[in-house]
Structure formats: structure tokens, C-alpha cells
Design a protein around this ligand. Structure first.
Ligand SMILES: [Zn+2]
Length: 222
């Protein structure tokens, strides 16, 4: 909005343009900005994962970046990911400090606090992309395929995965992909804010599956 207003100011049009036309025009320009931000974020994720697959990684001055980030963060994507130590999004997408806003938990499902975290990322940090990522050989999914209960608090991990596990006939890798679809459906249902931003075209919600073997992240619409 700031750049639009500045441009108008430069043209000496402040106060001259018909009032009723401005909101629609501003909305259109904002939406175009958001579309560009979505494309840019997806490009960064895909290219970053490409570097990771090729065994390369970006070098940057991490101390300088840390200092730059003291005044605020502007991550370009949110990632809902498993706690599995082999799937760290910053590494898998060759991203840097301050680039990704991440929610991690065994089985990459979402609970109310996670939804609140994602709403903060979408509405306040204005992240243009939300990735829900499952992965190959997920221990939480494997456990959920075997039983809907487990010792101690692990039950709170395997229970929420049952919808996906049942839909995938208890096949672990199919269940991992299915779980991404279930989680995205739940995010849309339980977060009117994220659902609205997605419908407006201000946010892209996308599924992903990470292969431990190849290192490749496959994106898919869900
Ligand atoms: Zn996992």
C-alpha cells in the first residue's frame, strides 16, 4: 500500500482521484504484490531444495544476518513439519536465519496453539506461503499405523493421525501423504482467517512430501 500511495503522491494525485476508485485499486495492487510474493517464495523453496539435493548450500554472513534481524523478522514461508531430525526445513530448503516460520511436531499435525502460530505468521508476519510437509519413513506415522494408542503422552501423537492412517489402509508412506491432506483440510476448517486469506489469493497453502533417499521435496496441491 505504501508504494502505491507514494506513487500517487509523486503524480500529485493525492486528494484528486475519485475516492470510490481508490480502495479497489489499492486492493488490486496489494493482491498483485501478494501474488508476486507467493511466486517468489515458491521459487526460493524449490531452488533451495534443488541446491540441497545437489549437495550445495548458500554461504552468508550469519552474524550480519542475526544483527539485521534484531529489528524484526520477515520470513518468506511457514512450514508445518515433523520433529524428525532428518527433515529440518532450514536445511532441506537451504534457507537462512529469519527465512522460515516453522511449526514442528512428530507427525506434523496441528492443534489450536499451532493454528494460532500459523495465523500470526499469515496475518502479522504476512508470510505468503504455508507448506505442510510430510516425509518418508515417519516414525510417528509408522507408530500410528500399528496402533491408535501408545505409552504415556505418545498417545497424543498417534491418535490425531488415525484419520489419515485409516484413509491410507494403514500403509505408512501413503498415510504420510494422506496426513498432509488431512492437516491442510483441518487448517482450512479450523482457521477462518487462513481460509479467507487463501480464498482472497493472499496466501498459498501447499502440501509437500520429503524423500529421505533423494532429498527432494515434492509439492502438491491438497
Ligand atoms: Zn516424522
Amino acid at each position: 500500500m505504501a508504494s502505491y500511495l507514494k506513487k500517487k503522491e509523486g503524480n500529485g494525485m493525492v486528494g484528486k482521484a475519485p475516492e470510490k476508485e481508490q480502495p479497489a485499486q489499492i486492493k488490486k495492487e496489494l493482491l498483485n504484490d501478494r501474488r508476486a510474493a507467493i511466486e517468489e517464495a515458491m521459487r526460493k523453496l524449490i531452488e533451495g531444495n534443488g541446491r540441497f539435493v545437489d549437495g550445495k548450500h548458500s554461504n552468508y554472513d550469519i552474524r550480519k544476518r542475526r544483527e539485521e534481524l534484531v529489528s524484526g523478522q520477515k520470513p518468506f514461508a511457514m512450514v508445518v513439519d515433523c520433529a524428525d531430525s532428518r527433515t529440518s526445513p532450514e536445511i532441506v530448503f537451504d534457507a537462512g536465519l529469519g527465512d522460515l516460520f516453522v511449526v514442528r511436531k512428530a507427525g506434523n499435525f496441528v492443534e489450536p496453539g499451532d493454528l494460532g502460530t500459523l495465523e500470526y505468521g499469515a496475518a502479522h508476519l504476512k508470510c505468503p506461503v504455508l507448506v505442510v510437509m510430510g516425509h518418508q519413513s515417519c516414525g510417528a506415522i509408522n507408530a500410528a499405523c500399528k496402533s491408535d494408542s501408545a505409552e504415556g503422552n505418545i498417545s497424543f501423537v498417534v491418535k490425531p493421525l488415525q484419520e489419515a492412517v485409516n484413509a491410507a489402509n494403514r500403509n505408512p508412506d501413503a498415510a504420510s501423504r494422506e496426513n498432509v491432506k488431512v492437516v491442510i483440510k483441518q487448517i482450512r476448517e479450523k482457521s477462518p482467517l487462513i481460509s479467507r486469506l487463501e480464498k482472497e489469493g493472499a496466501l498459498k497453502v501447499v502440501g509437500a512430501y520429503y524423500s529421505l533417499e533423494s532429498g527432494k521435496v515434492e509439492f502438491f496441491n491438497a
